[in-house]
Design a protein around this ligand. Structure first.
Ligand code: UD1
Ligand code: UDP
Length: 359
């Protein structure tokens, strides 16, 4: 019997990073596969830089969909994916996470004679106002195979009536990606020198989620809370700013206060280096909550909920909302915490388990 053929559908920075261990595993094991890029992210700093640094082959198909309203963007992806799936006829379509690219991959695959696998299944914020929550619920329910990172995510899938036969607990592939790259980052990255930062003395900030940066009051609240904390603690803050957030700073005419330094989005090795050496991370990113937990750096999450409660349970992360006072309190409480918690996201072999299950 010939090996099954896998189509990976991806489109954004975190999908490229979190699917990279699977792509590498397929290459090493000679498993036939194609990569389909939706084009949701297209700026070099969110896209090409990761293919180059993670040594991934150029995608076989690039749908070039670009930015747009949710419906417009997702519909264009589905249309493009239908032709690609008809041409490639994969046995499995693999999508990752909760983006519009993942949703489009799931819908296109579920209308074709191919099985659908969801990597990072079973995460829930229980906040249906977030586009990501709606996407991840729909993808999980469409999927034939749900690869859940933790027992907790498998439990959440069971609670929604998803048959246990469809679910495998694998760990999160972000652990594989971090383990594969952290030593390389320590060897190669010069970002601390380039940005004139001292290990343990700075704060790393990322905020890009629509619910935060598209709302001028919420975005301003985050900036003010971070400024107050940094001023009191006498710490500099580095903020590699996502283009969505950069556009909002300009559109809302927000002033970014003195201790916060905006820099361009970083490549993976530089970003891992900042995460490893930061005194504290302040973020609304899903991936950053996980990575800081894995690397032993305390984290404060500027959201009202998180679909990564494991990071809070082990003591690595605290949810603080977006009010300046709660950000200051949370950041002060977390900044001196030692990173001795255990990593809840697995042993770094998630990709091998997933590829085994598919082949
Ligand atoms: C998307 C995901 C989000 C994820 C994030 C990862 C959805 C609904 N959201 O959000 O869950 O956390 O990716 O980074 O799928 N832009 C550029 N260059 C690009 C891409 C976008 O400048 O390469 C700008 C455009 O102005 C665009 C805006 O960013 O309108 C938002 O892009 P979009 O892909 O819609 O969502 P993200 O905020 O990136
Ligand atoms: N990341 C990066 N450079 C940056 C910011 C983030 O390489 O300047 C990586 C980070 O290491 C993580 C991923 O991007 O693996 C997280 O993506 P993002 O925050 O855009 O999306 P989310 O995880 O919130 O969906």
């Amino acid at each position: 019997m010939s090996a099954p053929r896998i189509a990976f559908v991806l489109g954004t920075r975190p999908e490229i990073i979190k699917l990279s261990p699977l792509l590498r595993s397929c290459l090493e094991r000679d498993i036939p596969h194609v990569v389909v890029h939706t084009g949701q992210h297209y700026s070099d700093s969110l896209d090409t830089v990761f293919f180059e640094q993670l040594e991934l082959p150029t995608p076989c198909h690039d749908l070039g969909v670009g930015s747009g309203e949710h419906g417009e963007q997702t519909a264009a992806m589905i249309r493009g994916l239908e032709s690609v799936l008809d041409e490639e006829r994969p046995d499995h379509v693999v999508v990752q996470g909760d983006t519009n690219s993942a949703l489009a991959g799931a819908i296109a695959a579920s209308k074709r004679p191919t099985s659908l696998a969801h990597v990072e299944a079973g995460l829930r914020s229980f906040d249906r106002e977030m586009p990501e929550e709606v996407n991840r619920v729909l993808v999980d329910h469409a999927a034939d195979r749900c690869f859940a990172p933790t027992d907790e995510s498998a439990r959440l899938l069971a609670a929604e009536g998803i048959d246990g036969d469809r679910v495998v607990v694998t760990g999160n592939t972000i652990v594989d990606a971090v383990f594969e790259h952290r030593e390389l980052a320590a060897e190669k990255s010069t970002v601390l020198t380039d940005l004139d930062l001292e290990s343990g003395e700075f704060v790393l900030l990322t905020a890009h989620r629509a619910e935060n940066v598209d709302d001028p009051d919420r975005f301003a609240g985050i900036l003010e809370g971070v400024e107050r904390f940094a001023t009191r603690a006498d710490r500099e803050v580095v903020y590699p700013i996502h283009p969505r957030a950069r556009e909002r700073v300009e559109a809302f005419d927000l002033s970014v206060p003195e201790p916060i330094r905006l820099v361009e989005p970083l490549d993976f090795l530089d970003f891992l280096t900042l995460e490893s050496h930061a005194r504290l991370a302040i973020t609304d990113s899903g991936g950053v909550q996980e990575e800081t937990c894995i690397l032993g750096t305390p984290c404060v999450t500027v959201r009202d909920n998180t679909e990564r409660p494991e990071t809070i349970d082990v003591g690595a992360n605290r949810l603080v909302g977006i009010e300046p006072a709660t950000i200051v309190d949370g950041a002060e409480a977390m900044a001196d915490r030692s990173g001795s918690w255990s990593n809840p996201f697995g042993d770094g072999d998630a990709a091998a388990r997933i590829v085994d299950a598919l082949s």
